[in-house]
Design a protein around this ligand. Structure first.
Ligand code: CA
Length: 278
């Protein structure tokens, strides 16, 4: 009778797992079929960027983490160069620099191995569908000293400020005092990490004036909207699959490492017997 009671829950669990896998497979196949439609949609510019800068401090945007910001010789943060200047809506324009906002300056020059980075969040930590990032590299320092931002990577997370993150684009910011727009495929994000791997030659630090992030606007067609959301769902399903594989590997590892060792008596008995015999 015990065998019967044991079988029932195991069978239910197995059925449940099988139906989940079937659903996952069917969904993935449907998404793969649909994905062929997405490329022309993007190519047709059916998706534009919205007009509201989601990370502007006045819109509730925040900087939730960053690699560094400039400090003086006493280790004190210099407000004129602090990281929040990136979302204050103030720009260096020609010979004009706002008195309290020169831009952001890091503590060190960035590299591929040791990049500088900033994590942005939107009002109320909402998840938004994004399309564009705008960088204004201009700061109070002139461009010829090479401190302004050059190579950037835009990463997004839908979970926590610590990630996991996925890369949506890598871009080159030219050494000119103009706002530069960079578009990527619409992607859902709760946190955006801007990773900076180089400046324009300085070995002191990297600087920028302002960062803006804009939402994707998906035309009037409900179908367009669904396709974009399904594309994002595909990414999430892939993450789920990877997580399940990881769990399975961990389970297997646990089973291997917790396998009981042979009873001690099997090893020691012959020696003990020998000692007794001696
Ligand atoms: Ca600014």
């Amino acid at each position: 009778m015990n065998t019967v009671y044991n079988i029932v829950p195991h069978t239910l669990e197995a059925d449940n797992t099988m139906s989940k896998i079937s659903l996952l497979t069917a969904t993935l196949m449907a998404l793969l079929l649909i994905s062929g439609l997405i490329a022309p949609l993007y190519a047709s510019n059916a998706i534009s960027a919205g007009g509201t800068n989601l990370v502007a401090a006045e819109m509730g945007g925040r900087i939730v983490a960053f690699s560094s910001q400039a400090v003086d010789e006493n280790g004190k943060v210099m407000p004129e160069w602090q990281v929040t200047n990136l979302i204050d809506g103030k720009h260096v324009l020609g010979n004009y620099t706002p008195a309290d906002s020169y831009g952001w300056s890091s503590q060190h020059a960035p590299s591929e191995e040791n990049p500088e980075w900033i994590v942005f969040a939107f009002a109320h930590d909402q998840t938004r569908l994004l399309r564009r990032i705008v960088i204004d590299p201009a700061t109070d320092d002139p461009p010829f000293i090479g401190r302004w931002v050059r190579d950037i990577e835009v990463q997004v997370s839908t979970t926590t400020p610590e990630g996991p993150y996925k890369t949506v684009g890598r871009f080159l910011v030219v050494n000119k005092p103009i706002e530069q727009h960079f578009d990527f495929l619409p992607v859902e994000a709760r946190y955006v990490r801007l990773v900076i791997t180089s400046n324009h030659g300085s070995d002191k630090c990297v600087e920028m004036g302002e960062v803006e992030i804009y939402e994707a606007i998906v035309g009037d067609s409900a179908l367009d909207d669904i396709i974009v959301r399904l594309d994002n769902l595909l990414q999430e399903l892939k993450q789920l699959r990877d997580f399940q594989l990881y769990q399975q590997e961990q389970k297997t590892l646990e089973e291997v490492t917790t396998k009981p060792a042979p009873p001690a008596s099997e090893k020691t008995a012959p020696e003990g017997t020998q000692e007794e015999q001696q």
